[in-house]
Design a protein around this ligand. Structure first.
Ligand SMILES: Nc1ncnc2c1ncn2[C@@H]1O[C@H](COP(=O)(O)OP(=O)(O)OP(=O)(O)O)[C@@H](O)[C@H]1O
Length: 335
């Protein structure tokens, strides 16, 4: 398994928060797979991605494991960690402008990692940078390299960021709301580009894995192979994308689908009532309980566990799981 996060819990120093930022998160991404991570703001998506780079908040304590190609990122020595961050994993953020120095040229943004990380000569780096820009669909790469960020549109800049992310030939791509700031047409183009890169690498035998973070569940269901749903620092459901979209099991997942404006049909989006808990809210029982239309008294003391869905009932990637007490009752009664 390319990325294997197991029981990851991240806690801030005593007194800074009433509950962990992440609680017992387990998540896997295989080579060649595009895996979605979905949830409202504050659910812990970015914290999960940052943990893959071991970029934890000051003083935070982590338990569990984050393995990339079998090696635990939490146990890497500084030299290994530097290589991991610069070669093995690349991250694409939402706002390409904030990832770029506004006074430097596009070319420098690309040639920097090529000379610094891969050790290419300046001349070879310029040639490779132009090839990379062409490979992400930018016309006239030589001219683009001389331009500065404000001369390019948001969609073009995101292509530059993708080219830079791929320049070091990473195994794992972390895309954190990578298309959220783009209009619908540009978003579709950038997603098609990411897919084609994924396909190309797979055919070349060097499959990369992508963790695609978004708050947009229908988008994740359309774009990804599998999707994890997070709530209050926990994974509450995982299913293959088609299953999640057609038959969401957790009430929160259903709520996310019903409140989505991008469903493309005539239904009015229905917001989930209430707000997600903040880090200062201590949680007991099911964390979704205050917002759940189907909650029962017993949910107040229910410790969340992953309930396997269908198939051979092992909660594997293929069939998925959801952490809801009502599902647990159903699965127990049918066992
Ligand atoms: N450096 C930090 N120090 C303290 N708390 C933090 C820090 N970073 C994030 N948090 C808190 O941790 C929780 C999870 O945040 P995170 O950014 O992972 O959520 P998210 O799902 O990615 O949300 P968004 O979509 O808004 O980025 C939130 O309550 C957030 O306020």
């Amino acid at each position: 398994m390319l990325l294997d996060i197991e029981d990851l819990t991240i806690e801030l120093p005593a007194g800074a928060a009433a509950r962990p930022m992440l609680a017992e998160v387990s998540l896997r991404v295989g080579r060649g797979e595009v895996v979605g991570l979905v949830g409202e703001s504050g659910s812990g998506k970015s914290t999960t991605a940052r943990a893959v780079l071991r970029m934890l908040p000051e003083g935070a304590r982590a338990s569990g494991s984050v393995r990339v190609d079998g090696e635990d990122v939490l146990a890497m020595d500084p030299a290994r960690l530097r290589r991991h961050r610069s070669r093995t994993v690349s991250m694409i953020f939402q706002d390409p402008r904030s990832a770029m120095n506004p006074v430097r040229r596009i070319g420098d943004f690309l040639t920097d990692p090529l000379t610094r990380v891969l050790g290419l000569s300046r001349r070879d780096a310029v040639v490779k940078a132009a090839e990379l820009l062409a490979s992400v669909g930018l016309s006239d790469p030589e001219r683009r390299m001389r331009q500065r960020p404000h001369e390019l549109s948001g969609g073009m800049l995101q292509r530059v960021v993708i080219a830079a992310a791929l320049s070091t030939d990473p195994d794992l791509l972390l895309a954190d709301e990578a298309t959220s700031a783009l209009d619908a047409t540009t978003q579709a183009e950038v997603l098609a580009l990411l897919r084609s890169i994924q396909e190309e690498r797979r055919r070349a035998g060097s499959g990369i894995g992508t963790l695609f973070i978004t708050h947009d569940l229908p988008l994740a269901a359309a774009y990804c192979d599998r999707v994890y749903v997070m709530y209050a620092g926990r994974v509450v459901e995982q299913q293959p994308a088609r299953g999640l979209f057609a038959d969401p099991k957790h009430p929160y997942t259903r709520g996310l689908l019903e409140c989505s404006p991008s469903l493309g049909d005539d239904r009015e989006p229905r917001p989930i009532p209430g707000r997600p808990p903040s880090l200062s809210d201590a949680l007991t029982g099911c964390p979704f309980l205050p917002r759940c239309a189907r909650a029962e008294a017993e949910c107040e003391t229910w410790a969340p566990v992953a309930v396997p869905l269908g198939g051979d009932g092992d909660g594997s990637e293929r069939y998925g799981f959801a952490a809801c007490r009502r599902l647990e009752l159903v699965s127990r009664s049918s066992a």
